[in-house]
Unconditional design. Structure first.
Length: 156
């Protein structure tokens, strides 16, 4: 088939190795560098903890939806922690959360997974970076995932 004028806007290979154990694959789609958007779908199949507290210099939207025909059939429970004070939010139904730039968020603790769900992360930036605070209170900005993330993830 001949190449089309708009082929660059469509991808049929969005599957990538997951950066989140215990998940083997995730869907990840990032637009061209000059467009501030990317989206990641992580298929959550069993309990685990995702990430340590961090922030970004861009907005994000998180969505948790069941992998079912009926989007109200949410059979899982997780905890989302927000702010420096780590305010806990229990999520036990289909949910969308807006994470404005600069808001500290995580961990996300998947406590119970009765039926698989999708965690969808919409990033409103052309490059995914994280801002973390080290033990001395210093801010550290890293590309995501940090170079050692996959090695740390294997040990989880």
């Amino acid at each position: 088939m001949a190449e089309g004028k708009y082929d660059k806007y469509i991808t049929t290979e969005p599957l990538r190795d997951s950066i989140y154990p215990p998940h083997k694959k995730m869907l990840l789609y990032t637009l061209e560098d000059n467009v501030n958007f990317s989206i990641r779908f992580t298929h959550i199949i069993r309990p685990y903890e995702m990430e340590t507290p961090h922030a970004h210099d861009f907005d994000e939207v998180f969505c948790w939806v069941p992998c079912s025909e009926d989007l109200s059939e949410f059979d899982a429970e997780l905890e989302l922690y927000l702010g420096e004070e780590q305010e806990k939010h229990v999520i036990n139904k289909t949910t969308i959360a807006y994470i404005p730039a600069g808001l500290v968020h995580a961990p996300i603790v998947y406590k119970r997974i009765g039926k698989p769900i999708f965690f969808v992360n919409c990033v409103l930036a052309s490059k995914y970076t994280q801002v973390r605070t080290d033990e001395k209170g210093e801010k550290i900005v890293t590309d995501m995932p940090p170079a050692d993330f996959l090695e740390r993830a294997k040990k989880m």
